[in-house]
Design a protein around this ligand. Structure first.
Ligand code: NAD
Length: 495
């Protein structure tokens, strides 16, 4: 691992000061007047503050979203909505350097990761623009006596509440705003208290692009306050949540009052299986970056690396060498590959798991917090534990940091059994040159996404989701858009 030093860069004018909520087209502070400090995870320094909203603010945002849903927005034609999404696309791409820098400052991911998200943003917005019209009417045959015309509609569900985590708001907000705009729903989004700035700037740009008042609303604040108020609000028809299992369980209970629809994308402890016949030139960096990307703060991170015993030692040695080449530092340096963790809390959590790992397995690389010039930021070295077993704490619990646990195995059946021995089912990967192995194992892994000879690639038109305790509901693809609609039949007696 090498340590990067930040080069000076001009900060976007948006950074600093007190940020407000977007409610009904207006920027308003939390009704309590309270704020939450915004901390730069690379330095521990201040980036201003966001509103610490509560139920009163959520009430106002939901009322604005309801008024917009029942107002002029409902008469927008599909063509108007499609053009609006494409206009947003153009405005965001024009401003993407600024958005990438805001994300880097606010949540730590390096510019090397946030800048290329312009391509992804373009793809996802074009995808949702192409989905406009998913509610198109059909007139199926019927077997009723007499003269009946039967129609099937798919109207928008109404007001959608979005609750997203801090590990990638620049990506996460489109899983709510995209399908909402495509279908004619309206939305209230609560970003994570640790990373709300890029969402707020995007909301500003969306307003400039012509999104009508109240169609999208952003309310910042703590999960237990603003998040909980949104989850239990009777004016919200659907909640799209991304985050931890524990929070999802709270949201399921809070949503029971009006039986709102739920989509839950949760955590994982994904297996990545390296067979003895794998091409290690690809498998070593592929599996390593499958853990380290975004400093390990990725829901699909392949943190349990199962390696077939004949190559276990060689794999660990090569992964250790590869890990030493990774450039960790302030994300403003264009050469940085891994930035800091999001917060002191997350740093403490990851270092706590490293302590556990040191007792359970053998430390092969990393294992420390960065000191020196980086002592004020929340940096941790990419870390490898080897010779582990699947029942260890570091192999069972989601660490959400750059910590890989390497576990030897002997047979394909054993690898499958171990891969599935987790309460999660979000993703998995495998590395092999054998087509039969690739097919059999990818079928057998209980997960919403399986990557073969690659890791972490994602196409919004294909989508992804989880099984088991990683949640339910599909993000991306046609099904995602359809989940923002409900089914309706009309029987017309023509007799
Ligand atoms: P978290 O569950 O603590 O927070 C996620 C969001 O929920 C935040 O906006 C938070 O404010 C809000 N929240 C917290 N308590 C709430 C409550 N009682 N009611 C309503 N909202 C509440 O998760 P986190 O620690 O911020 O994020 C990390 C987790 O997210 C990890 O488990 C990770 O795997 C998961 N994640 C999953 C995906 C996916 O697509 N499957 C993507 C990214 C992150």
């Amino acid at each position: 691992m090498t340590v990067q030093t930040a080069k000076p860069a001009a900060l976007p004018a948006f950074i600093g000061g007190e940020k407000k909520n977007l409610i009904g087209g207006k920027w308003v502070p939390a009704s309590s007047g309270e704020t939450i400090p915004v901390i730069n995870p690379a330095t521990g320094g201040s980036l201003g503050s966001i509103a610490a909203s509560g139920s009163t603010d959520v009430d106002a945002a939901v009322a604005a979203a309801r008024a917009a849903f029942e107002g002029e927005w409902s008469s927008w034609t599909p063509d108007q909505r499609r053009k609006l999404i494409l206009k947003i696309h153009d405005v965001l791409l024009e401003n993407f350097d600024e958005l990438a820098m805001i994300e880097t400052l606010d949540m730590g991911a390096p510019l090397a990761r946030t800048k290329p998200l312009s391509g992804w943003t373009s793809q996802v917005l074009q995808f949702f623009a192409g989905q406009v019209g998913a509610g198109t009417v059909a007139a199926p045959e019927n077997s009723l006596p007499g003269d009946f015309l039967t129609l099937r509609y798919r109207p928008p569900v109404g007001v959608v509440g979005g609750i997203i985590p801090w590990n990638g708001p620049l990506i996460g907000l489109w899983w709510i705003f995209g399908p909402a705009l495509a279908t004619g729903c309206t939305a209230v989004l609560k970003p994570a208290e640790d990373a709300s700035l890029s969402v707020l700037r995007i909301a500003e740009l969306m307003t400039e692009a012509g999104v009508p008042d109240g169609v999208i609303n952003v309310v910042t604040g703590y999960g237990k306050d603003a998040g909980h108020a949104l989850a239990e609000h009777h004016g919200v028809d659907r909640i799209a949540f991304t985050g931890s299992v524990g929070t999802a369980q709270t949201i399921v209970r809070a949503s029971a009052g009006n039986l709102k629809r739920l989509q839950l994308e949760l955590g994982g402890k994904s297996p990545d299986i390296v067979f003895a016949d794998a091409d290690l030139d690809k498998a070593v960096p592929g599996a390593a970056m499958g853990v380290y990307t975004n400093s390990g703060q990725v829901c699909v991170a392949g943190t349990r690396i199962f390696v077939q015993r004949p190559i276990h030692e060689e794999f660990v040695a090569r992964m250790t060498e590869f890990t030493k080449t990774i450039r960790v530092g302030n994300g403003l340096d264009p050469d940085t590959q891994l930035g800091p963790l999001i917060s002191q809390r997350q740093l403490d959590r990851v270092l706590g798991y490293i302590d556990v790992g040191n007792k359970e397995a053998k430390l092969a690389a990393g294992g420390n917090r960065l000191g020196g010039d980086h002592a004020d930021g929340f940096y941790v070295e990419p870390t490898v534990f080897a010779g582990a077993t699947n029942d260890m704490t570091i192999a069972q619990e989601e660490i959400f940091g750059p910590v890989a646990t390497v576990i030897p195995f002997d047979t394909m059946d054993e690898a499958i059994t171990l891969a599935n021995a987790t309460p999660y089912g979000l993703a998995g990967g495998l590395w092999t040159e054998n087509l039969g192995t690739a097919h059999k194992v990818s079928q057998a892994i209980q997960a919403g996404t399986v990557w073969v000879n690659c890791y972490g690639v994602l196409d919004p038109s294909i989508g992804f989701g989880g099984t088991k305790m990683s949640g339910y509901g599909w993000k991306g693809g046609r099904e995602h858009v359809e989940s923002y609609l409900y089914d309706k039949a009309v029987y017309l007696n023509l007799g």
